[in-house]
Design a protein around this ligand. Structure first.
Ligand code: SAH
Length: 385
């Protein structure tokens, strides 16, 4: 199939057909350029390139980031011809909701998105009494091949663009603002990069996303960096780079084993960067940012849930000081076809107790949405019917 590239702006803007089809492509099969991919300066340039006044960039940013809309009909402070032209060029539709599923009385919502090229990703919105958290995907599929993770079995399809990630966030924030999630209209407070993909393997787009999320409105969503969690298998050079960015996001490291022998199997990238190298990088992240690091640990029955491993983990964390880290064990969500299952509750309790005995603050992570395959590590976009 040949796919037309984005047409140049026609001379008569009133005749612009809004092209919301999935057929527009950017160069080399990349998603088409979107307003959100641009810096504030580039937005002004893009707007003036279309023959519009520079201040239109600010108006568009306000609609997008403050009112959470890219619908020209809502942009009543712009002349109709201008908004149609600008939206057609700068706001290509990047995500199409193919399916939504709800759990927990509607307070957990999983959305399956189709991207412009047919790639599929998922995001999960969770409302709690005092916060709302969106779990976003940063890649279609994942190349890290962790054997217990559903996405890890898919392999990597491609990186998402900044706008493809931010659009997941805008959709969730808009849904919350519109009161679609039970509990009344509210704001999106927290974001975790714990959907499909390894965020630090798509470093540039993920960092640009974070910058859009924390930029004050109307240039961004005005979220707090500390409420954004970047979760990684432990790509040490990327953690080191993140340490220098001056954006104090929360870093979560998916450890899952304190010893290299087992971690080599559970998190294969460990053969490249060992447990000790990963923990050293995490500790440096805390030193520079002051942000306490989270250690993620999926408890897998008879695989990594032994008391001696809890002790070894406690020792390795303490060897790097106190107060810099906390632990988030989570019972494994078994994925289809996996030979592994969650730890016995008594074993889980013992594991947590051992960590606490070492003075490591430890909280079991919740497994919301497991009945809609929306829980951690269960995201694996469905095949076409
Ligand atoms: N690639 C990143 C982020 C995506 S996964 C990372 O690995 O950190 C988000 C979290 O879910 C990670 O801690 C991951 O190890 C965990 N996870 C994956 N599969 C899981 C499963 N089946 N049960 C419980 N947690 C799982």
């Amino acid at each position: 199939m040949t796919v037309p590239t984005a047409a140049a702006a026609p001379s008569n803007p009133t005749s612009v057909a809004l092209d919301f089809s999935a057929s527009r492509r950017g160069p080399r099969g990349k998603p088409p350029r979107h307003f959100v991919d641009l810096t504030p300066e580039q937005r002004v340039q893009a707007v003036t390139d279309l023959g519009e006044k520079p201040f239109r960039a600010k108006q568009l940013a306000t609609h997008y980031f403050t009112h959470l809309t890219a619908d020209p009909a809502a942009m009543t402070d712009l002349p109709r011809a201008s908004r149609d032209l600008l939206v057609a060029d700068l706001f290509p539709q990047l995500l199409t909701a193919a399916r939504t599923m709800q759990a927990d009385g509607g307070t957990t919502v999983k959305t399956l998105w189709h991207l412009f090229d047919g790639a599929k990703v998922e995001s999960v919105l969770m409302r709690y009494p005092n916060r709302t958290t969106l779990c976003v995907s940063s890649q279609a599929g994942c190349g890290m091949a962790c054997p217990f993770c559903a996405t890890g079995q898919l392999g990597l399809t491609r990186n998402l663009s900044t706008a493809e990630i931010v659009e997941q966030v805008r959709a969730a924030a808009r849904s919350l603002a519109d009161g679609e999630v039970p509990g009344g209209p509210t704001r999106l407070s927290n974001l975790v990069f714990m959907g499909m993909g390894e965020p630090l393997a798509n470093y540039k787009a993920v960092m640009e996303t974070v910058r859009r999320l924390v930029a004050p409105t109307p240039d961004g969503l005005g979220m707090s960096a500390r409420n954004i969690t970047v979760s990684t298998v432990g790509l040490v050079p990327a953690i080191e780079k993140l340490t220098t960015e001056g954006v104090p996001v929360t870093l979560a490291v998916s450890l899952h084993a304190p010893d290299d022998e087992l971690r080599d199997e559970l998190v294969p990238i460990n053969t490249r960067w060992s447990v000790d190298e990963t923990l050293d990088a995490a500790r440096r992240y805390f030193d520079v940012t002051g942000r306490r690091v989270s250690i993620e640990y999926a408890l897998i029955r008879d695989i990594n849930d032994h008391a001696w491993r809890a002790d070894l983990l406690g020792e390795k964390l303490n060897a790097r000081g106190k107060g810099w880290v906390h632990c988030n064990p989570i019972p494994l969500n078994p994925t289809p076809g996996s030979k592994w299952t969650a730890s016995d509750p008594a074993v889980e309790d013992e594991f947590v107790a051992r960590l606490r005995a070492h003075g490591v603050p430890t909280t079991i992570r919740d497994t919301r949405g497991s009945d809609i395959d929306g829980a951690c590590g269960q995201l694996a976009a469905e095949e076409d019917e």
